[in-house]
Design a protein around this ligand. Sequence first.
Ligand code: COA
Length: 399
Amino acid sequence: MAAKGITDKVAIVGMGCIRFGELWDKSLDDMIVEAAYQALEDAGIGPEKIDAYWFGTCNSGFCGITLSEPLKIQYKPVTRVENFCATGTDAFRNACYAVASGAYDVALVVGAEKLKDSGYSGLVIPPQPDDGTKPNYSAPAAFSLLAPAYFKKYGLEAGQGKEVLARIAWKNHRNGAKNPKAQFRQEITMEQIINSPLVAAPLGIMDCSGVADGAAAAVIVRSEDAPRYRKDPIFVKALSIICGPNHGGLHQDYDFTTVRETYMAGLDAYGQAGITDPAGQISMAEVHDCFTPTELVIYEDLGFSRRGGGWADVLNGDFDLTGRLPVNPDGGLKSFGHPIGASGLRMLYEMYLQLQGRAGERQIDNPKLGLTHNMGGFPWWCVASVCIVGKEPGAREGR
Ligand code: COA
């Protein structure tokens, strides 16, 4: 299965991302305006050039007016998108399709979420109507189930497994410490991570992403128009959103060491972009490290590691900033928190900067293809997205 895709038909010519964090002094409107105008300025255009808008938010607002009011949009189309943790990426995907179709020349996508003053945390899940038979997990509890299953299947002792997970958090906080836009900008020792208070065993606080407010934005045009805006546009190679049927929740054969939606989104995106060897062709990735075992399983589902080999690759430093395939170079959800509608665009922002050679202290050596991944829901019941962007149109060899 693979969508036909719109490889190289559209390009990103401007992006913005605000500093994420506990932004008690900023309203949702403030964050939207800051991110949107950063993106417009980066593209070198004013708002009058935008033909249509997409707005991704999960819980911070409802219709398109949530965007049109703060931006004072003068009677133009605005679409509000929600798709769990893939919200920002799905808003981006829909804007890309609209521009590729020729319906609009220039689109602005904004993703924003205000979590801190809404009382949200991973431990407080908004209730959904159901028949009363569905299990009610907190987010850390649901994702904690991946850890013992993975350890058992691949023969890791509990202490050894905990060290592998801690190495992922250590890496991401180490990268985040280099990022002026991150929520948490401190390196954290392996000891601090391993001994952090338990939230859902074996996960401690330091195995979890934080809770933050944030916003990010992108300006999209057709690729042939991109040189009019900048000399270094970034080309969209693949866009995939996959929703599953709750197979894992209904079938005994689900073993909690894979997220099938992520695997399928990877296959779909690789098919669109003509990628046959992701570990060899993808230069870098921003993945959904909501919890440390999630990132471990993603390495294998996206083909960055062989099945059962992810843990050894982590210990080997393969996904470090200087490793063979840097993952979460901006610090990830671990350092940025996860303001839901903003995260997908925040990830793309890092890929955009890296591909343009503008990532400062975090710069990876000459990357060619960047991948972003989100997943929302539970490991067995979720929506997953994969987006691939590249420095040059047509180039498929990667790295
Ligand atoms: N990573 C690193 N540091 C963190 C952190 C995290 N995930 N969460 C909190 N901290 C830090 C805070 O900065 C604070 O430090 P300080 O005392 O120096 O200021 C300290 O730890 C306590 O913070 P606090 O906000 O009181 O933590 P909390 O107990 O309210 O929340 C969690 C901790 C783990 C419950 C919360 O971060 C959480 O719910 N995370 C998961 C979010 C989630 O599930 N998202 C959905 C993913 S699909």
